[in-house]
Write a protein that binds this ligand. Sequence first.
Ligand SMILES: *Cc1c(COP(=O)(O)O)cnc(C)c1O
Length: 364
Amino acid sequence: MSVSTKYWSAGIELLKAYMPGEQPQTSGWIKLNTNENPYPPSVRVLEAIAGGLDEGLRLYPDPNGNLLRASIARRFDLSPEHVFLGNGSDEVLGHVFPALLKHDLPVLFPDITYSFYPVYCGLFGIRHQQVPLDADFQIRISDYQRPNGGIVLANPNAPTGVALPLTQIRELLTLNTDSVVVIDEAYVDFGGQSAASLIQEFPQLLVVQTLSKSRSLAGLRAAFALGQPHLIAALERVKNSFNSYPLDRLALLGAQAAMEDDDHLKATCEAVIHTREGLVRELSALGFDTLPSQANFILTRHPLKDAAELLRQLRERKILVRHFALPRIEQHLRISVGTPAECQTLIEALKDILNAFSSEGTPP
Ligand SMILES: *Cc1c(COP(=O)(O)O)cnc(C)c1O
């Protein structure tokens, strides 16, 4: 489909946009393609949102989300001046790139990481360099010791699921003091170590977290950044030059309730981690190689079966997983950890597919 670009601003036709995973509009799918939490959010979230369904919607929300900021600050032993709110971490990151990472020197991030990072660079005209993960798909801190305009690391990384220990982040911050280091902790609650505890010590550290994954609120659009007030001030400036009210009244109420329900967070994360470990074992029994994951998804490959073909055959069975046609991972599938029942259905489907394949006897 080609569209006329006649009325477009200059450069828009050159933008490469991010491609979100499929959200099917019919029922009956097992959705393991966008790393949503398979468990519902806390009932306290639903009650808080219901409590906001009144004529108060006539009024704008608090542009600074002060109650939510205070509740996030309390959780991390920081003050509200250390907290920046956004409409999902995609928006938070969308402000971070122009506010903190646009310099003469290039921003560094891994060659295999969240594919939105290069998209922001394209939109905001930010130079960047991709730093290869090592042969085990690990981030090597020593590879980031070069002049840079900032460093962005997802930890745990996506789509690998591989986590860096906090000692390594500390080492990076000790060696890299002249530019901002952004740690995107979208998946940290599933077994990673947060760098939030280092914020008072390192003025160049910005930690980004979201309520989409571990708090089961991808549909609400709420996320935050943590950093020293001088970093938050730059983000506020960009935000207030774009949209003063990124979180609506209902999202503010729901997000605050979510941040205050630690028991629910702990229970759902433990369930996901437990299911993940079982899924990895079952996949291994089928011959898959899976990277060690501290996230709510795994990156896995079968040495004999083409990944795009596997995805296609799973899709025929109404199971959605994600495939990235990118160098080094084009034979991998990223599979979100579902409920135990969903993962069992996935395993049975893979058994069928692999059996049919071996009886055909045709290698890919
Ligand atoms: C899912 C994800 C995000 C975006 O999450 P939001 O829903 O926009 O908060 C950001 N970074 C990474 C690495 C992710 O996987």
